[in-house]
Design a protein around this ligand. Sequence first.
Ligand SMILES: *Cc1c(COP(=O)(O)O)cnc(C)c1O
Length: 292
Amino acid sequence: MQAPEGFEPALPERLSQSNIDVLRLDRIHPVISGNKWFKLRFYIEEAMAAGKTTLLSYGGAWSNHIIALAAAAEMHGMKSIGLIRGDFRGATLQAAREYGMQIYFLSRDAYRQQVIPTEVWAHNNEEDVYVIREGGYGITGARGASTMLDNLDLSSFDHIVAATGTGTMLAGLALRIALTQKLTGISVLKNNFSITSEINLLLPEEKQNTFTVLHQYHFGGYAKASPALFDFMNNWFMKTGIPTDFVYTAKVFYAVNDLLEQGILREEERVLVIHSGGLQGNASLPNGTLIF
Ligand SMILES: *Cc1c(COP(=O)(O)O)cnc(C)c1O
């Protein structure tokens, strides 16, 4: 599968005076940034091979997955359907609509049960539609995520750190790195302790439990934040020039900073932090919250 037009591969960038490199996936593409295209690529390939014309998936009103799906579908000449939790209509869904996505709103209950509303079948044929799970969770998504490390020389890194939502990206990283390298996921959901077994489900036996998920950096839960997190984001941007999103990557860099201060990440370890993108979601914040 071709990378999207305008795609720029990312290389690790060393933060000055530190043992930290950052893989700037936030810069690979103006719309499909971060990990989302990697997670979607083999689903799209499977859908096309099966003769499907339409991609359907689930997400929130500010979902990075939904906007990436809409843009990727359009690029491949496919239709897309977004099933959205709640009924908020913001900039992300507006942009997704501009890529031709059909959008349907689901109640919290219907969303939890991953219902497909009957209205969808008034406009689409069931046999044309390929369903991708929320957040691209699945073995195919993990296999795609592993390709974000293609063309990188990973041998000099001791430790890789990344955000963990569904855990699909972390599974992809686990597939690719050596057993001598450490892998840490920063969970952005509150007390989501089942994540370890959900990640293990995506992995062959020899890669299961080759990672650690930390649960103390969620700032109240998914898409929750606090003034302390926004202060951190602004300070981190001033210090490093790296913009972060408040749902995922701010929590990762906050964690890395904290683990360094506590001496849990040692200065002699070479660490690769995955900047998994998601900056478009900051548009949900009140103006003036962030300086970038
Ligand atoms: C979706 C997303 C993640 C989480 O990826 P999972 O594979 O669901 O764990 C991390 N960072 C950003 C910016 C994302 O958009």
